[in-house]
Design a binder for this molecule. Structure first.
Ligand SMILES: [Zn+2]
Length: 367
């Protein structure tokens, strides 16, 4: 049976509960029975629902109501050994659709009519769009500095904007206050583990597209939405035998906002309290990551490492990707910058097949 579990105290909650956190104050994880996808003979559904046996067991009618065919994004060759996965080609133009469709399906089955989400933009856009398909209204909390283009799209989907005059972290606190006061469902891509069940399909797709996994995976980390999905999928693939060792996972943060990369440098599994400056990589500008310990633990278990990228490196990567025909957000371009930094630090990586996510379309950016 599907349930939320607290790994700290062991308490469980039904998935129809409105809880976003355990009574003990710890964050929740998800447990449900799943079977390995039959890779290689999954039929002609190119959406992420081709992996349905390993995804939360929603009713077929629910999936048909909510889905927009998300997933199945192409691979683009960027350099001899470097490839990009074009998740900016999703229905709402970012990789967050993978997780948003899971949250919207969950809300539809739980009878939720109103939900709240906080985001730097892309997650809220995706949740507002998919929730709209389920007849669910979304209260969207964003930093007042969020790109106007993202706000326009959110409002077009019926999302109600609450612009918070403060940082991404202050926005998160305002959302939790609102959720606690109103009792509505917190459709958080950070607190709600359903989101990762969608983002994990990124790895399943890579496994099918490369007929194994690339040797090096670059993963951007702010709140760990993609990293946690990558972690879950890699563990599953190893347990199910398609792979016998993990690829090298290189997580990265903007140097201007690096509480986890700094923890890694200090060999700590606790996010560091850091001074934060603005970064063009707004999608990963999280100074106080709620899932920080989970993320550090995941990178540690995978044998991964962290690097950081400067604003100058991000701008250069953004320009260089555009010259290769790929126009993505600065947060996505930062992946290319991180690849270059990683190769500079460890020249052996240049000969390995590597992959970066191209997470969000450039047209969404304010810059
Ligand atoms: Zn607990």
């Amino acid at each position: 049976m599907m349930k939320y579990i607290c790994r700290h105290c062991g308490k469980t909650y039904p998935i129809t509960s409105m809880r976003y956190i355990c009574e003990c104050g710890s964050l929740l994880h998800l447990s449900y029975p799943k079977t390995p996808p039959d890779f290689g003979s999954l039929g002609n559904d190119h959406s992420l629902w081709r992996y349905r046996s390993a995804l939360p067991p929603f009713e077929r009618e629910t999936i048909e109501q909510i889905t927009m065919g998300e997933g199945g994004t192409p691979i683009i060759r960027l350099e001899e050994n470097l490839f990009g996965k074009a998740d900016y080609l999703m229905p709402t133009l970012s990789f967050k659709d993978r997780g948003a469709v899971m949250l919207a399906a969950l809300m539809a089955e739980a009878g939720v009519k109103r939900c709240a989400i906080d985001s730097s933009g892309n997650a809220a856009t995706a949740v507002a769009a998919y929730a709209a398909r389920g007849g669910i209204t979304t209260e969207v909390f964003v930093p007042a500095s969020t790109s106007a283009k993202k706000l326009t799209q959110i409002e077009a989907h019926g999302g109600r904007i609450h612009a918070i005059d403060g940082s991404r972290d202050e926005t998160a606190r305002a959302t939790i206050d609102y959720v606690n006061a109103s009792g509505i469902f917190y459709a958080s891509h950070i607190f709600n583990p359903f989101f990762w069940e969608g983002t994990k399909t990124y790895i399943y797709e890579l496994y099918e597209q490369f007929e194994t996994l690339p040797e090096v995976l670059i993963v951007p980390v702010g709140n760990g939405t993609l990293l946690m999905g990558v972690y879950i999928a890699l563990q599953e693939l190893k347990a199910w035998n398609p792979i016998d060792s993990y690829p090298l996972v290189i997580a990265f943060q903007a140097a201007n906002c690096a509480p986890l990369a700094q923890a890694y440098e200090k060999r700590s599994l606790v996010p560091q309290s850091v001074a934060v400056s603005p970064t063009l990589a707004e999608g990963i500008a999280t100074g106080v990551p709620a899932r920080g310990k989970d993320i550090l633990q995941a990178v540690h278990e995978l044998g991964g490492r962290f690097v950081t990228v400067t604003e100058e490196e991000i701008i250069k990567a953004h320009s260089d990707l555009a010259k290769k025909g790929v126009y993505v957000e600065h947060t996505s371009a930062a992946n290319y910058a991180a690849y270059r930094v990683a190769v500079e630090k460890d020249a052996t990586l240049a000969d390995k097949k590597a992959l970066i996510p191209l997470c969000g379309a450039g047209l969404k950016s304010a810059h």
